[in-house]
Design a protein around this ligand. Structure first.
Ligand code: SF4
Length: 302
């Protein structure tokens, strides 16, 4: 049997099908290597919208591909991951949220981009981890429900002195980071700067030298002189960090920061998706129209 040269075949099919391959920072290294763009989920969706490609192949999880489809409904969007669930996005029960809205008509519903298209359609505004502080602070003084990440919500409540009601959800990867992990890493690498994603618990964030989205963490490294960094986010970030800063040292705060949903995308899955047009992502038109309003509102306020 002839062995398939997946990388070359992916590049050939991409050209043949006028496809753009985009991938999140938490993807497997070999996937990041073949992507046209690697980034945070919302930034990638904007790239998808602005591209001339007919097909967008989103190496990530389902809510990310849905966001690209919301921004670019005229394009065909594909998700190579067979399931592509996100445990945090899946923690929002759409029916429970509808019931909450009915019972609390004056409450502003603020949704993290890490939510399904149907949940975004129920939100007044969306936020990313990069712009959450700025966007949410516009609503100070109003009753707010923030969903689904209670850790990011607690962080915003703390730094902005707010008291948003928080949906009881979280990202299991970031939520498992503990103060002890940071303390131990600091003992092992005393001169390292600690940089942590705000989906982590507040007690952990208090120990950070810098708190920011994955992209902001990567950019922070470029702005400081430090040689060593303790990293508090999913391990996939190491690929981009080592690529951009090969002379620096990066230490994960724990070896157990792997999002297996993100690792579902393999070269084989990506190849099959491109070859057979499998796993196309669809968003109902009425859902798309409502969800884009929440995303547009975010852009207006950020
Ligand atoms: S890292 Fe967390 S938020 Fe991101 S896809 Fe995985 S479970 Fe979801």
């Amino acid at each position: 049997m002839t062995k398939i040269d997946y990388k070359n075949e992916i590049l050939r099919l991409k050209k043949e099908k006028n496809a753009l391959i985009i991938g999140h920072y938490y993807q497997n290294d070999e996937i990041q290597e073949v992507c046209d763009h690697v980034g945070d989920s919302y930034a990638l969706s904007v790239i998808a919208k602005e591209s001339n490609a007919e097909r967008i192949v989103f190496c990530g999880v389902r809510f990310m591909a849905e966001t690209a489809k919301i921004l670019a409904p005229e394009k065909r969007v594909f998700l190579p991951a067979p399931v592509g669930g996100c445990e945090m996005a899946d923690m929002v029960d759409e029916e429970a949220l509808k019931a909450y809205k009915e019972a609390n008509p004056d409450t502003v519903i603020i949704g993290y981009v890490n939510t399904s298209a149907r949940v975004k359609a129920l939100c007044d505004v969306c936020v990313t981890s990069s712009n959450a502080r700025k966007v949410i602070s516009h609503y100070k003084g109003k009753p707010i429900l923030y969903l689904p990440d209670q850790n990011l919500g607690t962080y915003i409540n703390t730094v902005e002195n707010m008291d948003m009601e928080l949906w009881p959800g979280c990202c299991g990867i970031h939520h498992r980071i503990t103060e002890k992990m940071v303390e131990d890493a600091k003992k092992a690498h005393p001169s390292a700067l600690v940089i942590i994603h705000p989906e982590s618990p507040i007690a952990v964030l208090r120990k950070a030298d810098f708190i920011g989205s994955t992209k902001q963490m990567i950019d922070f490294v470029g702005r400081v002189q430090s040689q060593d960094f303790i990293i508090g986010t999913e391990r996939g970030i190491l690929y981009e960090l080592q690529k951009q800063y090969p002379d620096r040292n990066f230490y994960l705060v724990s070896e157990h920061l792997t999002c297996y949903s993100m690792k579902e995308t393999t070269l084989t899955e990506l190849y099959n998706c491109l070859l057979n047009d499998t796993n196309e992502v669809f968003v109902d038109e009425d859902v798309q129209k409502k969800a884009i309003k929440a995303l547009d509102k975010m852009l207006e306020l950020s």
